[in-house]
Design a protein around this ligand. Structure first.
Ligand code: ATP
Ligand code: MG
Length: 249
């Protein structure tokens, strides 16, 4: 059995009387895209928030590369190799795409030796950031302020920021949202490309992208993981059609 890069065991989270996460267990293996689907309000972002560390679970554990990180801060999990891009943008709008990626690279290097690194390698850092931006399809747009970029381009910058931290696992919350058909296809192709290097836990409403990319799909409804399986199994499931896919028909 391949060891999971990320493992979640028995997570629970209540917001007042609302059970937003109900006993969820799942894992992410190397070379895998594991998609998390479910209707609005199912608890997908809440689950990702607990894995990334900005929401504290009421019960349960989270392991990164076998290490229990349940009580670690967001920054510490990120330094240990947990990359993520959010449903809501976290970019610095007034600075360039390149500078945003540079900040991510710096953050991933932690604070020790920071001054030493800064004097040594600002130029190096600029080049590294430029390379990541080219990889996500933003070659030529590196030095434009994020506020001047389209919604889709901002998404690409966010993914570049996450990748620049060289994560062991990547959490993506609706990366296709607002991209339009061409943008979604481009990002889908790109995620396929990086899958062998970085496994991805992917929340996505774009079912074309999910069915094309996912090695495994877990369906979340009302905070609970009701089913987990291959694309074919999920497509064929009457339970899923009723609880989720049927809603969109
Ligand atoms: N901080 C909070 N305080 C109270 N309730 C919250 C909080 N965050 C989320 N919720 C509630 O928890 C439930 C799950 O929300 P969540 O954002 O995780 O859903 P989601 O599956 O990501 O939905 P969407 O597909 O719309 O992004 C919702 O009912 C939401 O209103
Ligand atoms: Mg959400």
């Amino acid at each position: 059995m391949t060891k999971p890069v990320l493992e979640v065991k028995g997570l629970h989270k209540n917001f007042g009387a609302l059970q937003a996460t109900k006993n969820v267990s799942l894992d992410l293996k190397p070379n895998e895209i594991h998609a998390l689907i479910g209707p609005n309000g199912a608890g997908k972002s809440t689950l990702i928030g607990q894995i990334a560390g900005w929401i504290t679970p009421d019960a349960g554990s989270i392991y990164l590369d076998g290490e229990d990180v349940t009580t670690e801060t967001v920054a510490s999990r990120s330094r240990k190799g947990l990359g993520r891009s959010f449903q809501v943008s976290s970019l610095a709008m007034e600075v360039s795409a390149r500078r945003n990626v540079m900040l991510s690279v710096q953050a991933s290097q932690g604070s020790s030796f920071r001054f030493w690194k800064q004097t040594k390698s600002d130029q190096e850092l600029r080049e590294t950031a430029g390379n990541w931006l080219k990889k996500v399809g933003l070659g030529g747009r590196e030095d434009i302020a994020v506020s001047e970029l389209s919604h889709g381009e901002r998404r690409q910058v966010e993914v570049a920021c996450a990748l620049a931290m060289k994560p062991k696992a990547l959490l993506l919350d609706e990366p296709m949202a607002g991209l339009g058909p061409t943008g979604s296809v481009q990002l889908t192709e790109f995620l396929e490309e990086i899958r062998p290097e970085i496994p991805i836990l992917l929340i996505e409403h774009d079912m074309d992208a999910v069915f094309r990319l996912a090695d495994r799909i877990t369906v979340l409804v009302g905070g609970a993981a009701i089913l987990s399986g291959s694309v074919d199994e999920i497509r064929a499931s009457a339970l899923v059609r009723e609880a989720y896919l049927g809603e969109e028909a």
